[in-house]
Design a binder for this molecule. Structure first.
Ligand code: NAI
Length: 253
């Protein structure tokens, strides 16, 4: 699988921490040229590059807000200028907000849906137009969640956004297969990252781990492995699928 990625160009939204950062590291280790964008103005370019398997020249990081089409287009243009045509897009940027559904504000709804869902559609559309015009195929992987299936109390809008990612994945896969574009999703279980650092105490994390069939929480690298599989030649006949990477969560919850 690893040779397949040599000199492939990978763009990852939300690649400056957590799952996206691990995905960047794994692709860079496999010889790909990797570009990440994130929202934090103060993220450490150098630290991201160093973390990506020491192949500094094969990694670039930029600040780009996925809710701003101009910034996304600029990111894609800069990546293409530096590395050549993008082959793999990983839509991974995401935020998580809890609020009882009776208290959800319009601002909460708009920001969750804009980042977690709308940006996945329009970033994918931007790439698909380029790939269609150039008559090259491509692979898109979207980050969904177990919450696309499992309702989480007080995180209903997040659940709605992730269920939307699943349907978006199927719709675009059905439409763009004719252009050689595959669209799939990974759906992580609980992965300790900054997204959920305040959600559990150590004791709760331990209990949660023990309640899962595989007796541990996932790691960002567990998700990266699934993303790489879906992006690889081994998945060349797979499109419109959602791969749950959850340690068995959905079997028992
Ligand atoms: P994280 O907080 O470590 O990373 C989130 C990334 O999204 C960061 O790179 C951040 O810069 C980026 N981001 C946020 N808003 C953005 C914006 N407006 N424009 C551009 N980038 C933006 O969180 P984590 O856990 O790595 O999350 C990554 C994805 O995985 C998200 O889509 C999340 O919903 C999903 N996920 C995470 C799970 C977990 O347990 N950590 C479980 C299921 C899904």
């Amino acid at each position: 699988m690893h040779d397949f990625f040599k000199d492939k160009v990978v763009a990852i939204t939300g690649g400056t921490s957590g799952i996206g950062e691990a995905v960047a590291d794994c692709f860079a280790t496999a010889g790909a040229k990797v570009a990440v964008c994130g929202i934090e103005k103060d993220f450490e370019q150098e630290s991201i590059k160093k973390k990506a398997a020491g192949k500094v020249e094969n990694v670039m990081a930029m600040v780009a807000d996925v809710t701003k089409p101009g910034e996304v287009a600029h990111f894609i243009d800069e990546v293409t200028k530096k590395f050549g045509e993008i082959n793999i897009l990983h839509n991974n940027a995401g935020i998580y907000k809890r609020s009882p559904s009776l208290d959800v504000s319009e601002d909460d709804w708009d920001s969750l849906l804009a980042i977690n869902l709308k940006s996945y559609f329009f970033t994918s559309q931007l790439m698909a137009k380029r790939w269609k015009e150039k008559k090259v195929g491509g692979a898109i992987i979207n980050t969904a969640s177990i919450n696309a299936r499992d309702v989480e109390p007080e995180a209903q809008v997040y659940c709605i956004s992730k269920a939307g990612v699943v349907m978006l994945t199927k719709c675009l896969a059905a439409d763009w297969g004719q252009y050689g574009i595959r669209v799939n999703a990974v759906a992580p279980g609980t992965i300790p990252t900054t997204l959920n650092e305040d959600m559990y105490t150590d004791e709760e994390r331990k209990e949660l781990s023990e309640s899962l069939p595989l007796k541990r929480l996932g790691s960002p690298e567990d998700i990266a492995d699934a993303v790489m599989f879906l992006a690889s030649e081994h998945a060349s006949y797979i499109t419109g699928q959602v791969l749950f990477v959850d340690g068995g969560w959905l079997l028992v919850k």
